[in-house]
Design a protein around this ligand. Structure first.
Ligand code: 5GP
Ligand code: MG
Length: 245
């Protein structure tokens, strides 16, 4: 088994940086399976899998993001497959819409960052991205506190085909608020797209052009969705253990 001591490396201010050509050999080493630039004293043995509850208690410094998850609702593979299909559908619709002064995607920060990053790579069209920030579940809230636009919307939407992209449709306030504010700029069209939709009456009665998945009425995290700004980096969508909230 390869060992870190066999590898020449560069040490800068307490960090060990692996030369890229040696990544293969280091990756096989027992002790350094986590990040390559974590200081030795803080290295954790968080397993890089989508498994649930795999924190290693002997490494208390960096708890695994997976360990607070009670169940996985949508796997990374299911999400990837659905987003590819959504991309094909949206691209086809935009091509049929006809001329405009351009296409602008308006992802809602911060929950839709991972979704939009994956979706745009399935949209082989010339387009722009202009973010919007809406606050509705601040901090440790697990129910909507009302939607408010924070800061400025993209200001150049007149005559353009606009698609608002959000992570999840729940009360519908975010989507309605943004649609109204964007329509005031007289775009050529406004469409809305969410990765997830809850089964509540409000969510189902809010018009939305593209929906990735209809999910049960549970507070979900992962794939961009947070609780107290954590868990966005989970590659899947899941439900937290009650003790984690
Ligand atoms: P709405 O305005 O439709 O009530 O909610 C939309 C926003 O609320 C989403 O962009 C998201 O930030 C937040 N939200 C709604 N449901 C959930 C949920 O189950 N989990 C998380 N993490 N955020 C949610
Ligand atoms: Mg949001």
């Amino acid at each position: 088994m390869a060992s870190i001591t066999h590898v020449s490396s560069v040490t800068a201010v307490g960090f060990t940086v692996r030369p890229p050509e040696l990544l293969g050999s280091i990756d096989q080493a027992d002790d350094v399976s986590a990040a390559s630039i974590v200081p030795r004293s803080r290295r954790c043995r968080t397993r890089h899998t989508s498994g649930v509850g795999e924190a290693d208690p002997s490494f208390p410094y960096t708890p695994s993001v997976h360990s607070d998850i009670a169940k996985v609702l949508l796997t990374a593979e299911q999400i990837a497959t659905r987003i590819a299909a959504l991309g094909r559908e949206i691209a086809g619709d935009l091509e049929r819409l006809g001329p405009s002064d351009g296409i602008v995607l308006v992802p809602v920060m911060t929950g839709s960052v991972i979704f939009v990053a994956d979706l745009v790579r399935h949209l082989p069209l010339k387009l722009r991205i202009g973010v919007a920030t809406v606050s509705s579940y601040p901090g440790k809230s697990t129910s909507s506190q009302g939607a408010t636009i924070v800061g400025q919307l993209p200001s150049d939407l007149t005559g353009r085909h606009v698609i608002v992209i959000d992570d999840i449709l729940d009360s519908g306030r975010t989507i309605r608020l943004l649609r109204d504010a964007i329509e005031a700029q007289k775009p050529a069209s406004v469409r809305t797209c969410v990765l997830l939709r809850k089964p509540t009456r409000d969510a189902q009665s809010t018009p939305c052009d593209y929906v990735g998945f209809d999910i049960p009425d549970e507070f979900v995290v992962g794939y961009g969705l947070d609780y107290d700004d954590h868990y966005r980096n989970l590659p899947y969508v899941g439900v937290l253990r009650p003790e984690a909230t």
